[in-house]
Design a protein around this ligand. Structure first.
Ligand SMILES: Cc1cc2nc3c(=O)[nH]c(=O)nc-3n(C[C@H](O)[C@H](O)[C@H](O)COP(=O)(O)O)c2cc1C
Length: 328
């Protein structure tokens, strides 16, 4: 039997746990494009217009995916605190800046729900850009990771050999395009490389340079670092494309929820992931990725996954107080 504690308003400690957790979400170039407003037990996840990527993400797809990932983390932390949650994407036409509204319900005197058990993975999950071990990931584990994405209304499809071969060609074209795009490279230089405090991707998180062409994205495109190590990378990583049914702002956010649920689930199996999103950042190339996964599926994110050879490096985060706009 489920016994309810009643409906107390959130304490300062609880807000700290919820927003700290949100801030651990992945976001493109670690921009952390989120802000929060809390009204009673309603938490709004808002877009921070000062933390977007106009050159690399002009549509806002990747930014919305980051907001969805942050919202999933709030739900995980709330579930760990034994709150029931419900969620609405783009809940208020008069407030288009609110991407997700999370309603915290009653606190339950039950064991922690399956979502809450992922709380311990929030800090363990890290984008890992280093080489993967040759060890095979079992189909059962791959299916568990896909099931986590499905729970949020998206699909995560693992690619077979032919699709991976074609993806290599698409990625090659994408890398060529981005190396010749001054606006993108300038913007990237503002967020990636060197030492970073609070946000951005430090050089230490870029991982080693592959000694041979491989399926890993080198975020340092355009600026070299003579101190960077080189390493032999795996020949055949697991690659998955996260897709949604529709290609609109709501489904971009949904993709973020699904991505983070899948990544946290992968972390429970000690599986690490990095991103190959350059292939979905250009419309003509995204259409080619869509051909790989079926015409009704809209590609949002591509991940490379497996057992890491080394530990991933931390990236910095903003203090949660800096992301809280209003609390009443
Ligand atoms: C929507 C989205 C797109 C991303 N794209 C890339 C990418 O193309 N290449 C990459 O190396 N990392 C990518 N990342 C990973 C971010 O750089 C990473 O999440 C961020 O630096 C924070 O680090 P962490 O994931 O280790 O916490 C992406 C993350 C998100 C959520």
């Amino acid at each position: 039997m489920v016994i309810q504690y009643g409906n107390p308003l959130l304490s300062h400690d609880e807000v700290g746990i919820l927003l700290n957790s949100a801030g651990l979400a992945p976001s493109m170039h670690n921009t952390q494009p989120w802000r929060f407003e809390i009204t009673g037990q309603v938490i709004d996840v808002l877009l921070d217009p000062d933390r977007t990527l106009p050159a690399e993400d002009p549509s806002g797809r990747m930014t919305r995916i980051g907001l969805g990932a942050a919202a999933l983390n709030v739900r995980v932390a709330a579930a760990m605190l034994r709150y029931e949650t419900t969620l609405a994407i783009d809940p208020d036409p008069d407030r288009p800046d609110i991407a997700v509204r999370i309603f915290l319900g009653s606190r339950m005197r039950t064991t922690v729900s399956p979502l809450g058990t992922l709380y311990g993975e929030l800090r363990r999950r890290r984008t890992y850009r280093g080489p993967l071990l040759a060890a095979e990931v079992s189909s059962m584990v791959l299916e568990q990771i896909s099931a986590a994405a499905r729970a949020e209304g998206a699909d995560l499809r693992w690619l077979g050999a032919d699709a991976k071969h074609e993806l290599r060609r698409i990625l090659h074209t994408a890398e060529d395009l981005e190396l010749h795009d001054e606006d993108r490279l300038t913007e990237r230089g503002r967020w990636v490389g060197g030492r970073r405090f609070g946000d951005g991707v430090p050089a230490s998180a870029l991982g080693p340079l592959p000694t041979h062409p491989t399926l890993v994205r080198d975020l340092s495109a355009g600026f070299g670092d003579p101190d960077r190590d080189a390493a032999v990378f795996e020949a055949d990583p697991q690659i998955a494309v996260l897709t949604t049914a529709v290609d609109d702002q709501v489904d971009w956010t949904r993709a973020g929820l699904a991505l983070q649920h899948a990544l946290l689930t992968a972390t429970t199996y000690d599986i690490a992931a990095s991103f190959l999103n350059q292939a979905v950042e250009y419309a003509p190339l995204r259409a080619r990725v869509q051909d790989l996964v079926g015409h009704s599926a809209r590609p949002q994110v591509i991940i490379r996954a497996g057992y890491p050879e080394h530990a991933a490096t931390d990236t910095p985060r903003l203090d949660w107080h800096e992301t809280l706009d209003a609390w009443q």
